[in-house]
Design a binder for this molecule. Sequence first.
Ligand code: AMP
Length: 383
Amino acid sequence: MTSNKLGNVLIRSDLNVPIDNGSILDNFRIIKSIEYIKELESISENITFISHLGRPNGIDQSLSLKPIAEEMSNLLCQDVTFINKNIGIEIQNKLMKNKNNILLLENLRFDDGEVNNDDKFAKDLSKPFDTFIFDAFGAAHREHASVVSIGKYLTSYQGPLMTKEVFELDKLLSETNEKFTIILGGAKVSDKLELIKNLLPRVDNLLLGGGMCFTFLKASGHNIGKSICENDFINPAKKILESADGKKIKLPLDFGVTKSIDVHTRHDIDLNEFSEDDIGIDIGNKTVNKFKEILSDSKTIFWNGPMGVFEVNEFSYGTRSIAELISGLNVHTIVGGGDSVNAINKYSDIDKFNHISTGGGASLEYLEGKTLPGVNKYNHLIL
Ligand code: AMP
């Protein structure tokens, strides 16, 4: 093996992290994206990262990747050169001048060729490079130029992060062990309905909390006061509850409620005690105990979505309790979705989970049973 066998490498990563006024709020995706850079450096001339950030409409400096280059430099203790474009001779020159550069190019979506899957954009982007590595699971459900088209112009591989994601999610899709429990929360049921339909036949228990459980509770005839509810999804939720597997669904028994989300006072009530102006913002103690019993008796757990409005300390009890419990269990644990990852970072030790999925929408679509355009498209890179 020659030491520079991959030549100039272009990696499509998912560096789409929350940024507020130039400060990175959560660097988990960045840490994962650079985890194997030392191994890669030993077989590459230069390494160049590309990614999208947010949904810009043309060039928008608030969505520049510059702060991410700085964060990568800090994490790697090594210079990461930011180039404020994706295409052009400047990139070629930089690669020719020195070896062992690490570069980060500007937000791919500043050019609408990316989201329009423009072939010329993909070809121009590929020009200075020899090898392409697709390692952005969070973008794998998009038919974008850097996902599906650029691979036509370079020797291309699927990166190690992608391969691990797919392996872990495939395990859930083919789970045959007894005692497989899924716990879902978050704001909306509409995002997760297809996943529920696909996975419900394979699980032993589906625990529902967060805002999404209220659509199910309304569907089963409960008064939910002014809690968040997606009325268009009441009928689909009812059908699921009435299906053969519906009895596997466990809904909360009690709630923390408030009269206004902006007023951070909470009192706890049983499910049958909702008054017309109560807003459910967290699961209560009886629910936490019931969920704990089921989770403690599980062998595989998949968790997606917080149990309440956990961003507010007074409404975080349920999410914190579940994070603490799952992190202490000696079972196979997989967590997906940005907010659940924030929660476990906040309340427990992230290293105690077997797998943390970096792809929000992509993980949900994959678990719905869809074929994603960027998954298993290229040969796997073994480092
Ligand atoms: P998602 O992106 O669908 O996973 O939703 C995450 C968001 O759901 C978080 O910002 C939570 O504050 C919100 N959430 C969780 N529980 C509730 C609830 N009971 N009412 C309103 N929003 C909620």
